[in-house]
Design a protein around this ligand. Structure first.
Ligand code: NAD
Length: 378
């Protein structure tokens, strides 16, 4: 039984509810949020003619230009959109750092319904803002945007990746993201069960969009039993028809209570929280969604305390970034595939650090990222 639910990512944490205020106070809250996360700059984009309302957050350019996808979503408030842009862009800094890429962290959001509000003019207006940044920020697709949208942005700026192969780009990065997630899941299985074999393992995927559906196909090919949910019933049904998956309710409580070997969150962020963690029965959480932990410090500890192996999101989902990096660097596609398949080894390194130091996997990944950033600053 499927029903609509509020996306968790649109919840505004207590400390940023103040940011919904208007007037001078609001600016103060934006600066305090930037300072809390360590952002370099945030650009608010407004274009009356096309109705564009977008935020481009540049977290860090220490390792290179800030690259990160463009998300289009019906945010409940401007504060929720800002919070999403800030947290997602910070995650991109860590993702590039751990993946060994010479890229900084950025992310953009457009406030709007991706099913209703898309126009070529909207994306072209966004592209002009990206161009204004002169290459400090490079955009790509994310939730709610697709390769076709990148083509409109490309009409205004060259600082866009993930454009179609026909236009000389590397196309949709999602299949490579899924390949990296598969590699990470296998490592987690190996650590927990002593074998990476997926045959007859039970894997549940929340969100079968671009990455989730590609992951379902790969897992099916390896003999896994699939459980899927999506707020779009047609997407869920497509997985049932194609891979014999079992459809489960998209109610977060039901999904996170599933008695499976692996839970793979592949929708929005904030899904590992005070409500879901106590109910978890799966020994492994390994999925593509960004910002899965609602509160990184507290919820990563809560998972570790429960003995649940968490593959840090920005480590396991780096395949798409690796792919667009190869587009920028003009390296062969085969190298991107090789690097994405090696994500399992990075996940293993993170787990080994965590075990050796007696810390949780999120903290171990953070150490790897911080070490690389500190070396680059020095
Ligand atoms: P997408 O928009 O194609 O798919 C997201 C899917 O999640 C959609 O089908 C949507 O209906 C569903 N969904 C949204 N809220 C849900 C909920 N509460 N319960 C169940 N389903 C829900 O996006 P995508 O590109 O597949 O990205 C998925 C996640 O992976 C995002 O968090 C994204 O930031 C992350 N990610 C994507 C890539 C990539 O290459 N596309 C790379 C790295 C990380």
């Amino acid at each position: 039984m499927l029903r609509m639910m509020e996306p968790v990512a649109t919840q505004v944490p207590e400390e940023h509810r103040e940011a919904e205020k208007t007037g001078p106070e609001r600016g103060t809250q934006t600066f305090s949020a930037m300072s809390k996360y360590g952002h370099e700059s945030v650009l608010f984009c407004s274009d009356k003619k096309t109705g564009l309302r977008a935020i481009i957050a540049i977290h860090s350019t220490v390792l290179g230009p800030a690259l990160g996808g463009l998300r289009m979503w019906s945010y409940q408030s401007e504060a929720a959109a800002l919070e999403d842009a800030l947290r997602l862009s910070r995650g991109m800094t860590y993702k590039a750092a751990v993946a060994g890429l010479d890229l900084g962290g950025g992310k953009a959001v457009i406030i709007g319904d991706p099913e209703q509000d898309k126009t070529p003019g909207l994306f072209r207006a966004f592209g002009r803002y990206v161009e204004m940044l002169g290459g400090r920020y490079i955009t790509a697709e994310d939730v709610g945007t697709q390769v076709g949208d990148m083509a409109y942005i490309h009409q205004e700026t060259s600082h866009v990746t993930g454009i179609s192969e026909a236009e000389g780009g590397s196309g949709d990065p999602s299949p490579i993201t899924a390949l990296g997630v598969l590699s990470g899941i296998k490592t987690c299985l190996d650590v927990v069960y002593g074998s990476p074999d997926l045959n007859d393992k039970r894997v549940a995927i929340q969100g079968v969009g671009k990455v989730g559906a590609a992951l379902a196909e790969l897992l099916h090919g390896e003999g896994a039993q699939l459980f899927v949910c999506d707020i779009d019933p047609e997407r869920t049904q497509a997985m049932v028809d194609a891979f014999g998956a079992t459809a489960v309710s998209d109610d977060a409580t039901c999904f996170f209570e599933l008695d499976v070997d692996v839970l793979a969150p592949c929708a929005l962020g904030g899904v590992l929280n005070d409500q879901t963690i106590p109910k978890l029965r799966a020994p492994i959480i390994a999925g593509a969604a960004n910002n899965q932990l609602q509160n990184e410090a507290r919820h990563s500890q809560a998972l570790a305390k429960r003995g649940i192996l968490y593959a840090p999101d920005y480590v396991i989902n780096a395949g798409g970034l690796i792919n667009v990096y190869s587009e920028i660097e003009k390296t062969p596609h085969s190298l991107a595939l090789k690097r994405a398949r090696a994500i399992g080894e990075t996940v293993r390194r993170v787990i080994e650090i965590a075990q050796a130091e007696g810390i949780c996997t999120y903290e171990a990944a953070q150490r790897l990222a911080d070490e690389r950033l500190a070396a680059a600053r020095a």
